[in-house]
Design a protein around this ligand. Structure first.
Ligand SMILES: C[S@@+](CC[C@H](N)C(=O)[O-])C[C@H]1O[C@@H](n2cnc3c(N)ncnc32)[C@H](O)[C@@H]1O
Length: 329
């Protein structure tokens, strides 16, 4: 969790530069409005990013967090061997997933971000102007509304923190559109019980379409986390001075909780399966003297406790470095 995502510092600098002209009072007021809007889980009847100030506030207070979450997700998939050449980001807003993908995949050659809010796209374009990666600097930001996305194909389609703004029918349609355009699809949502419930529905739709789950689950069975538990992870976000001021926060970091699922067409997923999954770490590991205790989701579809003791040698050393969200060493 302490791992800093690629391009986090560059994104922070770009954000500082981009929001410099916006009045601090306006920014704080818009941030407050967005915080309370995102807390209420109800489909939006009008765009939530309703003005340039709302867009600036979103970018300053949310984008570092969604970027950190997506960096963890896409970094995980890159480690498993996913190597997309093209990215299509639906409801991409100011481009958090694009920044994360450029940081995670050296294979990437083209990036397209689509969103309904022109002001968000304009800020996204502004942010990548001095981007540290050529593919990011050359990204296309274009206006499109869910249901009317252009017929563009991509190796990877991302849908990041969008579903909660849509009703259930529109969520299903968006995921179907993503799968129709992508060879692999990643959906990320806030790491809350309702975000997880949306992710579970997406997972079922992916499996029903014959796609292969490539993360975070190490199996395609029913999710073993039922009752009061839900599958979510955390990404550490370092807060800039502005970020702290905007949120009225004192800590120099925050942990962004997120839930996610990724699947691919069988021909894309097959080579990834060469490396069998050892299990997914579902909580902060307990690092004790001489052993590390994990709560994991296992490849056989169960979840429970696993212990790696000092006797395991190399594996124990890897276990000491392992974090919540990683695969079990
Ligand atoms: C919470 S923001 C997430 C932005 C970005 N994906 C991220 O992870 O930071 C939700 C985005 O979805 C977009 N969105 C919501 N409903 C949409 C629709 N019907 N058509 C196109 N974009 C939509 C919003 O404009 C907004 O930019």
């Amino acid at each position: 969790m302490s791992r800093t995502p690629a391009y986090a510092a560059e994104l922070r600098d770009a954000l500082t530069r981009a929001v410099r002209g916006v009045g601090e009072r306006d920014l704080a007021r818009a941030t407050e409005a967005l915080v309370s809007r995102y807390r209420s889980v109800a489909p939006a009847t009008a765009p939530i990013l309703a003005s340039q100030v709302h867009v600036a506030a979103y970018a300053a207070y949310r984008m570092p967090a969604t970027h950190a979450a997506l960096s963890r997700v896409l970094g995980d998939l890159a480690e498993r061997g996913l190597a997309p050449r093209s990215l299509l980001d639906l409801g991409g807003g100011t481009g958090a997933a694009a920044w994360a993908a450029a940081g995670a995949f050296s294979s990437l050659e083209s990036v397209t971000v689509l969103d309904q809010v022109e002001d968000a796209l304009a800020l996204g374009r502004d942010l990548v102007r001095q981007a540290p990666s050529e593919v990011l600097a050359g990204a296309t930001f274009a206006r499109a509304v869910a249901g009317e996305w252009p017929q563009q194909q991509a190796d990877l389609v991302t849908v990041s923190y969008v579903l909660s703004e849509l009703d259930e029918r529109a969520q299903e349609a968006l995921v179907a559109d993503a799968m129709q355009r992508g060879r692999s699809v990643v959906v990320a949502e806030p790491g809350t019980p309702d975000g997880y419930a949306r992710v579970l529905r997406v997972r079922s739709a992916m499996l029903a379409a014959g796609w292969t789950i490539i993360g975070p689950c190490p199996h395609a069975d029913e999710c073993p986390l039922v009752g009061s538990d839900w599958c979510h992870f955390a990404a550490r976000v370092n807060r800039s001075a502005e970020h702290r001021r905007l949120k009225g926060a004192e800590l120099s970091y925050e942990d962004e909780k997120f839930s996610w699922v990724a699947a691919a067409r069988p021909e894309v997923a097959e080579p990834l399966a060469v490396q069998p999954h050892s299990g997914r770490i579902l909580r902060h590991p307990l690092k004790r003297k001489g052993f590390v205790e994990f709560h994991v989701c296992r490849p056989d579809g169960t979840a429970g406790r696993e212990v790696v003791s000092k006797k395991a040698g190399e594996r124990y050393r890897a276990a000491r470095d392992a974090e919540w969200g990683d695969t079990l060493p």
